[in-house]
Design a binder for this molecule. Structure first.
Ligand SMILES: Nc1ncnc2c1ncn2[C@@H]1O[C@H](COP(=O)(O)OP(=O)(O)O)[C@@H](O)[C@H]1O
Ligand SMILES: [Mg+2]
Length: 389
């Protein structure tokens, strides 16, 4: 099963391109689902059809779904939130403020991705296309289970036992309600489910496409997304430059835009060297409906198979050497000075600007020493050697 994600700044055409790609896949006979996790429900607008929270058929082999993030939120987070609210209540926090404190920004969007897991497991689809929220923030939040892995494996079970034993005493003494076992269950379940979503999205059958319009600010954001997505192990396999002005027969005003866009497009090609850059012209009207969307995608991919698996290695790999191993993590478009590396037990902490990833090292490397690290050809390389002792 192929999974394609589309992300990019607001309004650049993510929903349009995601919907078009899905329509193209369905026309080729693949059982295709296009699902939006964005609260702005633009897939229905793009298809010009009513779309519900369950997969809705809009053409042969083509289904559309707009995930009900609120519902997902209630199913996955309500129990945990309930406990947090009871603690804040005891602490004297105003209930309205407490409610806000227990909502993680971007969490709804992440929980909406849990739907992707269910659909992927259903066996109903050959292709799932995801119309993501504006930035790569969501995918970054998905790194949370990885970052919490250590805590979940080692601390949570102990905490749970401690709480169970001390609960009667503690509740009375501190006045703070102790979490019920079901709260621990809810945390553990959510953790497992998010981990599964992350595994799906960073797996060999998934890839991310960056959608942009040829404008300097939009390009700047796409470049940052490319870096962060790679940092978190998601594979970017193409760039879509949308709303490109056609050059022919232009008046002065449009000729000016054509020139300006050309300049940015050259930078796009340089920035994403090695990745295909597909372009789509600015249409005289909004591409709405299955036929218009498919038409746009046909022109966009121009004969290239939109479902082709990316070639070459993924963003993260570990290769054995004679005396140890080399870990490679793609970090395109960053300067050496922006990258920081630290070792923390069996974790490698990679920081790029304000983003940080905690990489749990495979058991085989936990006792190895880091002997060299560097940034080369857009790739972080860390060399491990067996400890002498
Ligand atoms: N190539 C194009 N030509 C003309 N209009 C387009 C094109 N691509 C997208 N649009 C229009 O631009 C608007 C924003 O597109 P949309 O796909 O909703 O963006 P996003 O999902 O990134 O916010 C929509 O009205 C859409 O119909
Ligand atoms: Mg959209």
């Amino acid at each position: 099963m192929r999974i394609l994600l589309f992300t990019g700044k607001g309004g650049v055409g993510k929903s349009t391109v995601a919907a078009g790609t899905a329509a193209l896949a369905a026309a080729a006979g693949h059982r295709t689902l296009v699902l939006s996790t964005d609260a702005a429900h633009s897939l229905a607008d793009a298809f010009g059809a009513a779309v519900g929270p369950e997969p809705t058929e809009v053409a042969e082999h083509l289904y559309v779904q707009q995930v009900d993030a609120q519902l997902r939120f209630e199913q996955s987070w309500a129990e945990i939130q309930g406990y947090l609210l009871s603690v804040l209540d005891v602490a004297g926090v105003d209930p309205v403020a407490a409610e806000e404190l227990t909502v993680i920004p971007g969490a709804e969007e992440v929980l909406a991705l849990l739907e992707l897991r269910l659909q992927a497991q259903s066996g109903r689809w050959d292709v799932i296309v995801v119309d993501c929220a504006p930035t790569a923030e969501t995918l970054r939040l998905l790194a949370l289970p990885e970052a919490l892995g250590w805590y979940m494996q080692r601390v949570l079970p102990i905490e749970r036992r401690v709480v169970r034993t001390l609960k009667p005493v503690l509740s009375r003494a501190a006045g703070v309600p102790m979490p019920e076992d079901t709260v621990f269950d809810a945390v553990a379940r959510l953790h497992r489910e998010l981990e599964e979503v992350r595994a799906l999205l960073s797996g060999p059958e998934a890839s991310v496409r960056l959608v942009l319009t040829p404008e300097a600010v939009v390009l700047a954001e796409a470049r940052r997304s490319y870096t962060t997505l790679s940092l978190y192990g998601y594979r970017v396999d193409g760039v879509v430059a949308n709303r490109v002005f056609p050059a022919d027969g232009a008046d002065d005003w449009r000729a000016g835009w054509v020139l300006a866009q050309d300049e940015v497009l050259q930078e796009v090609t340089q920035s994403f060297a090695g990745l295909p850059v597909w372009t789509s012209l600015y249409r005289p009207a909004e591409p709405v409906g299955v036929d218009a969307l498919r038409g746009l995608a046909e022109e966009l991919y121009d004969g290239h198979d939109p479902l082709a698996l990316p070639e070459g290695p993924g963003p993260f790999r570990i290769g054995r050497t004679r005396s140890g191993a080399v870990l490679r993590l793609a970090l395109p478009l960053v300067d050496r000075s922006e990258v920081d590396l630290a070792r923390n037990g069996d974790e490698l902490v990679v920081t790029v600007g304000s983003y940080r990833r905690l990489l749990t090292l495979p058991a085989g490397l936990a006792r190895h020493r880091v002997t060299a690290a560097g940034l080369e050809d857009g790739e972080l390389r860390v060399r491990f050697e067996e400890s002498a002792s």
